[in-house]
Design a protein around this ligand. Structure first.
Ligand code: PMP
Length: 457
């Protein structure tokens, strides 16, 4: 037996037994794994993952939306290897290092004009917490202590820590913890799934600025900021809206003197067809939160970009106690910064935003046939994100009872057929790494189509 393991390595079965003995997995009912085996991955290359028995899976969801240029990408691998022999980590308070400086310079350069300061954290939720505290603290430093509240959109998602759960509005994650959460003002989202038949995305999204106007009119004096996910509410079932809303929201926040905080953690780095979603509304938010694709999916890192005006409100003699005394141990980790710098470099040298256009078009073309499927309520796409929403009744868009877990059937069908799809409830979606080839796109969409047919019978 020992000989066998040494020669061939452990099998998937052996890995899973060890796993279930000690591991508690994220976002999982562990009892599910009595019937639904976990998949332990041994190695990965490009868009493909490989398990301990040699089975392969096309990573159609970029490993929770983080991977951009494929697994074990040679360029990012090399950048991290180079960095690790130079400096693995150092405290960022009172000290600095080249990768953190260079990355901050790059982020200031590539994000919308006016964002000129970069504050690091080490995951998406922490970035949102940073923006939340910074906005509140900004108004406090200005003497506006009545500003203590936040506005966010219904069906939004900003993370799992208590501050970010409070801002979010996905019941599945939030409801249990409601007694622990600060109370936010929730405004109706411009999510175009709810538009009238025949109404354009633009028309609906424009119309949906009205509830925001009303809430701001009533509460602006006590509101620090509006949080939102530009163009796609990802964890909220990949619901999408038109860029006109970004432009109108920016105007309203200016009019009512509240900050605009763009959570581009999921949609940044090309997912929506532009490097950042905010570009499509031609806006500069007061804060922009970045993570996930920032390091190409290699290492945990996040950044909050903000303006000189915000920075200046904290800049004073120490005794005045206006400093932003927030920190995370791994703030600006050099290895993560090196991975991020190489990721941004690939965007620049390989003309990725342009090269993605025919890929998203191919995904749209191949998914088109599902528009007429009797249990598909909608096929929608923004850039490199495509979603197919299943329903029980096409005319009324009535959902299947959630207990039927139809999406899970699509997931299981995918795994049997070499594609990792991980539907959000009954919404099947594609958010692949940009290295995906035409053949792989065909495989991804075809397996999803078969899975949808089987799951809706
Ligand atoms: N904001 C958005 C829009 C997200 O999609 C996510 C993660 N899915 C987060 C914040 C939280 O990021 P993290 O999981 O790294 O804490």
């Amino acid at each position: 037996m020992t000989d066998f393991i040494e020669k061939n390595g452990p099998s998937s079965e052996q890995m899973l037994a060890r796993d279930l003995n000690v591991l508690w997995h994220p976002c999982s009912q562990m009892k599910d794994h009595e019937n639904l085996p976990l998949t332990a991955i041994k190695s990965a290359k490009g868009a493909w993952l490989e398990d301990f028995d040699g089975n392969r899976y096309l990573d159609a969801i970029s490993s929770w939306w983080v991977n951009i240029f494929g697994h074990t990408n040679p360029r990012i691998n090399q950048a991290v290897k180079n960095q690790i022999d130079q400096l693995e980590h150092v405290i960022l308070a009172g000290f600095s290092h080249e990768p953190a400086i260079h990355l901050a310079e790059k982020l200031v350069e590539i994000t919308p004009d006016g964002l000129s300061k970069c504050f690091y954290a080490d995951n998406g939720s922490s970035a949102v917490e940073v923006a939340l505290k910074m906005s509140f603290h900004y108004w406090r430093n200005l003497g506006q202590r009545q500003k203590t509240r936040f506005i966010s959109l219904n069906n939004g998602y900003h993370g799992e820590t208590l501050g970010t759960l409070a801002l979010g509005d996905v019941a599945l994650y939030k409801e249990t913890y409601a007694p622990l959460l600060m109370e936010c003002l929730t405004v109706k989202s411009p999510d175009c799934y709810h538009r009238a038949e025949g109404q354009s995305w633009q028309d609906y999204s424009r119309q949906m600025i009205e509830p925001m106007r009303q809430t701001l009119e009533q509460h602006h004096h006590e509101v620090c900021a509006v949080f939102f996910e530009p163009l796609v509410q990802c964890a909220g079932n990949m619901r999408m809206y038109h860029p006109i809303y970004l432009t109108l929201l920016r105007e309203l926040c200016d009019e009512y003197n509240v900050h605009l905080i763009a959570d581009e953690i999921a949609v940044g780095f090309g997912r929506t067809g532009t490097l950042f979603a905010c570009e499509q509304g031609n806006i500069t938010p007061d804060f922009m939160c970045l993570s996930k694709g920032l390091t190409g999916g290699y290492l945990p890192l996040s950044a909050v970009l903000t303006t000189q005006q915000v920075y200046d409100a904290f800049y004073d003699d120490y005794e005045n106690l206006t400093a932003f005394l927030h920190s995370h141990s791994y703030t600006g980790n050099p290895l993560a910064c090196a991975a991020a710098l190489e990721t941004i470099s690939i965007f620049e040298t390989d003309n990725i935003i342009e090269k993605n256009k025919p890929k998203s078009q191919l995904i749209a073309n191949l998914s088109q046939e599902l528009v007429d499927h009797p249990h598909v309520a909608e096929v929608r796409q923004t850039g490199m994100i495509t979603a197919i929403e299943l329903c029980k009744n096409k005319t009324t868009k009535k959902a299947y009872p959630w207990q039927e877990r139809r999406g899970l059937r699509v997931y299981q069908h995918g795994l049997k057929n070499e594609v990792l799809l991980r539907p959000l409830g009954d919404v099947v979606y594609f958010m692949p790494p940009y290295v995906i080839s035409e053949d792989e796109i065909e495989l991804m969409v075809n397996v999803a189509k078969q899975g949808i047919h089987l799951a809706t019978q």
